[in-house]
Design a protein around this ligand. Structure first.
Ligand code: AHR
Length: 662
């Protein structure tokens, strides 16, 4: 076949394919019955904040705690650059250690450890290793699995003339050596060395031991140990089981990095995204507003990569040029601690926010896009949303800086949806003022937050029914009822049905906070509790997951009939136009079963074999580390007719998924 003939055929094929795709699209649209309304197809996502050790010691898979010797007494009383390390000189060896700052690996990472191994014992009487060095205790120890590979790395600078040999091992708390390997220094300049450790046994509480086994002096920094099996095997990656748990929820977006972590505890504690990209040894570590240490190892790149890996949209939130109103703990005197960036620093700060958009979406040849490409992602991340501010106090200083930031982003990037903020509560001064600013600036979307008792959700199901559809859309960025009992989760399910019904004005919603480590929890009610080995998803998690996995893009009224006066009952019906599935959700927050009448007559081509998933139990029941599966949803086959009665169990969420397309 001649080339032009080939091209002609090719073009004809392409046009035919295009027509087919259009017809297919029309067929899909036609399948959505009339009478429904279009709702957000990205309604539910995740709120991620490094609170409760969610990042360092949590989903960020780094096993070494205080890897860069940057811990500090401003983070916790008694913390210092040697916290979570112990000095060792087994085998009657001796030496000295010191933390120094004169010639660091990078200026952003000023402290490092100097070890002077003066004498290495060599006595027949001593069993086991001899040497001088340090041991890291990890985040409550380090969990290792027999046969798995763990990647060790360290920056070393040889300070003595002779090279130093380091013995790297994983040891049980009883001193059993589970894995070991050796490194020898080869440079008097800082240089990164790597090796792997493969434990012979599985243990939940091991330590990392670094021993000089030859005489000599050296400096070391950024001591790191990662399981090779991170989520999607990403280097500098995430804990696989936890990331998978979140991926399986199928969230439509992930908000990051908070929460109050965004605006920080004072001006120098704001979350500045540029501090969190690039090689880990160059990132700026800092005090976490929640009273511990933040390595920024899980930084902007890792966050965007995670979003891409799980098919969720990134929703970064940047400070609005002001710090948290509770800075310095001033919540005790009414939140008077807000500090504002000086006006002569605002141009630079505005540029920083614009640079974030270029970093995410700009070509690999652009200044900031090239940094994304250098990190291994030449393609843009397709950022669509940027939140500015986190439940800030609505002061004139806030308004001035927010307005400058909003206008700069709008002008340079009209394609980006900016999300404003309307204070920490569901009503009150900051809420009113926040909406006033939003109306004045005609913001596309604002971020509402409320943590409130479960009964409120039952009694206020109509909150969004009367929202003015011509004003900003709502991102309900943080909400929860105060508790992780089944009753709390069911109250949140009631609210989610109202959010689906108002999915034309509520564009997005995310429960908060997401993760909480056992023994390190600052916020008492969270979605998933965890320790180093176990994940303990709450009943609230299962409600979120059921709504996320059963979302739709069209909402239908009058499919489920029940007494609207009974505030313990709620329901919603959505259709997912892509799959053609109709999904009905029925919630009974009462103490006895109640009937609901379902009328599916507007949905043609229904398949009568549906799937019913029910989450139910004792209202006081919780999931615990001893019994993490106490409250879990159960799925079964369920036959549906055009019209049927459904008996909603006491204290339950029921989801029925019905196919209308085979
Ligand atoms: O989700 C916990 C905290 O609650 C967030 O950091 C803050 O935004 C809110 O007050």
């Amino acid at each position: 076949m001649k080339l032009n003939e080939h091209l002609r055929n090719h073009r004809t094929g392409f046009i035919l394919l295009f027509i087919l795709i259009c017809l297919w699209g029309t067929a899909l649209e036609a399948q959505v019955p009339s009478g429904g309304k279009k709702i957000s197809d990205e309604l539910l996502g995740l709120f991620f904040e490094d609170i409760n050790y969610a990042a360092d010691g949590g989903i960020y898979a780094e096993m070494v705690q205080n890897r860069s010797f940057e811990y500090d007494p401003t983070e916790q009383q008694g913390w210092n650059p040697f916290s979570f390390w112990e000095y060792m000189e087994p085998g009657y060896s001796y030496g000295r250690i010191s933390v120094e700052t004169s010639d660091p690996v990078h200026g952003n990472n000023p402290h490092y450890m100097v070890v002077d191994a003066e004498f290495i014992g060599n006595y027949e009487e001593h069993e086991g290793k001899s040497g001088v060095g340090i041991k890291n205790l990890g985040f409550d120890g380090m969990v290792v699995n027999a046969g798995d590979t763990y990647n060790f790395s360290v920056f070393l600078k040889q300070l003595s003339n002779a090279p130093v040999t380091l013995d790297i091992s994983l040891q049980g708390t009883d001193g059993t050596v589970l894995a070991e390997n050796k490194i020898q220094s080869t440079s008097k300049d800082w240089k990164k060395y790597t090796t792997t450790l493969v434990p012979s046994q599985s243990r939940d509480t091991t330590h990392l031991v670094i021993l000089a086994t030859t005489k000599g002096k050296f400096a070391m920094d950024v001591v790191s140990l990662f399981p090779e099996k991170t989520f999607k095997n990403r280097p500098n990656g995430l804990r696989a089981d936890m990331a998978q748990l979140l991926a399986d929820m199928e969230p439509k977006f992930v908000r990051f990095p908070g929460g109050c972590l965004v605006h920080g505890d004072g001006l120098h504690n704001m979350y500045r995204w540029k501090n969190t990209i690039g090689p880990i040894e160059q990132r700026v570590e800092q005090r976490n507003i929640w009273g511990y240490h933040q390595t920024a190892g899980l930084g902007y790149f890792e966050y965007f990569q995670f979003c891409e890996d799980i098919g969720a949209k990134p929703l970064p939130v940047v400070p609005a040029g002001v710090s948290c109103q509770n800075s310095g703990g001033t919540w005790r005197i009414g939140g008077k601690g807000q500090r504002a960036l000086p006006m002569d620093e605002m141009d630079e700060y505005i540029q920083e926010v614009l640079d974030l958009i270029e970093w995410a979406n700009g070509p690999a040849t652009s200044e900031w896009g090239s940094k994304r490409a250098a990190a291994g992602h030449p393609e843009p991340f397709n950022l669509e949303y940027v939140g500015i501010g986190n439940e800030d106090k609505m002061t004139p200083e806030f308004e001035e800086r927010f307005t400058m930031l909003y206008q700069a982003v709008k002008q340079k990037h009209p394609e980006i949806t900016v999300i404003g903020t309307v204070g920490p509560f569901l009503e009150g001064e900051d809420f009113e003022k926040g909406w006033e600013i939003s109306n004045k600036l005609q913001l596309p979307m604002v971020d509402e937050h409320y943590y409130i008792e479960p009964d409120w959700y039952l009694g206020n199901q109509e909150r969004y029914d009367t929202y003015d559809r011509k004003k900003a859309q709502v991102y309900l960025g943080e909400y929860a009822s105060w508790g992780n009992k089944l009753y709390n989760a069911i109250a949140e399910a009631v609210h989610l049905t109202a959010i689906e019904r108002n999915g034309d004005v509520v564009k997005m919603a995310s429960y908060a906070p997401l993760l909480a480590k056992k023994g390190h929890t600052q916020w008492s009610t969270d979605m998933v509790f965890f320790d180093n080995t176990t994940l303990c998803p709450t009943p609230n998690f299962y409600v979120q997951k059921l709504f996320m996995k059963n979302s739709g893009d069209h909402y239908y009224d009058n499919v489920i009939n029940f007494s609207k006066k009974d505030t313990t009952l709620a329901a919603s019906t959505v259709m997912d136009s892509k799959t053609g599935d109709v999904i009905i959700k029925m919630v009974n927050a009462g103490k006895v079963p109640k009937s609901m009448e379902v009328n599916l007559s507007k949905f043609k081509n229904r398949v009568s074999n549906a799937k019913l998933t029910v989450l139910t139990g004792d209202p006081e029941a919780e999931n615990t580390f001893d019994n993490p599966d106490n409250i879990v949803p159960v799925t079964e086959e369920y036959g549906v007719d055009k019209k049927f009665m459904y008996s909603a169990p006491a204290m339950s969420l029921s989801v029925i998924r019905i196919k209308t397309k085979t």
